[in-house]
Design a protein around this ligand. Structure first.
Ligand SMILES: [Zn+2]
Ligand SMILES: [Zn+2]
Length: 224
């Protein structure tokens, strides 16, 4: 891992921060209200609690990823450009495995007891916006990062560039699925699909557990 790697990692985090800020503004702005999937009567989360939870989860996630790179970077990642085919193959393999594991992890989170003590925090959000994408019980956030890093270790070593692609998709899709927006242009079809599917999850709880690929829900009969 060289300086370029850490600059790219920081650029992705900065991009995600800006995306989260803009999407949260867009979802609550009266100027874009015709594009909202659902309009809440009120945004019910106490602002201070939300800010504290989101900040602490972001800091903890950063610490966990840096710890993963420090302790497992040499065995899980290899340096240098891998070629387009390897980049695509490695990234896709890790993301497919991660999302497959995440499907069961998230479905498990809806077990009565886990929902009551852990996942309930995220589902206090009835009308998600991008800011709430990381409004989570810290244990839930740790588990998701553990699944992602475990998937990389299982397929590893992968290229540092593939890690950046995986990290970008993992963090950005989680923000996009909470956008609460459907934008009227074919270029946004995938983003609209993600946002609508996850909104159904927040509304009905028993559908759409996977985060990136809908076919895990389709395969296990929980897609809506
Ligand atoms: Zn959510
Ligand atoms: Zn859930």
């Amino acid at each position: 891992m060289n300086t370029t790697f850490f600059i790219c990692l920081a650029a992705i985090m900065l991009y995600d921060g800006m995306l989260m800020t803009w999407l949260s503004w867009a979802a609550t702005s009266s100027r874009l209200k015709q594009y909202r999937i659902r309009t809440p009567k009120t945004y019910q989360l106490p602002p201070l609690r939300k800010r504290l939870n989101v900040t602490l989860n972001n800091l903890m996630s950063l610490g966990l990823f840096l710890a993963f790179l420090f302790f497992f970077g040499d065995s899980a990642l290899y340096p240098g450009w891998p070629g387009a085919a390897h980049l695509l193959g490695e990234s896709l393999a890790v993301l497919l495995l991660y999302d497959f594991l995440y499907y069961f992890y998230h479905r498990g989170m809806h077990h009565r007891l886990v929902l009551k003590y852990v996942h309930r925090v995220h589902h206090m959000v009835r009308f998600p916006t991008a800011n709430e994408s990381v409004f989570l019980h810290p244990l839930e956030a740790v588990g998701a990062i553990f699944l992602l890093c475990g998937s990389i270790l299982l397929f590893g070593p992968i290229s540092t560039w593939s890690f950046l692609v995986v990290f970008f998709v993992y963090s950005t899709v989680n923000i996009l699925v909470h956008s609460n927006l459907e934008l009227p242009h074919p270029a946004f079809r995938l983003l609209n699909f993600w946002a609508r599917a996850h909104d159904v999850h927040h509304k009905e709880l028993k559908y759409n557990y996977s985060s990136i690929f809908p076919f895990w829900d389709q395969a296990f009969g929980t897609f809506k």
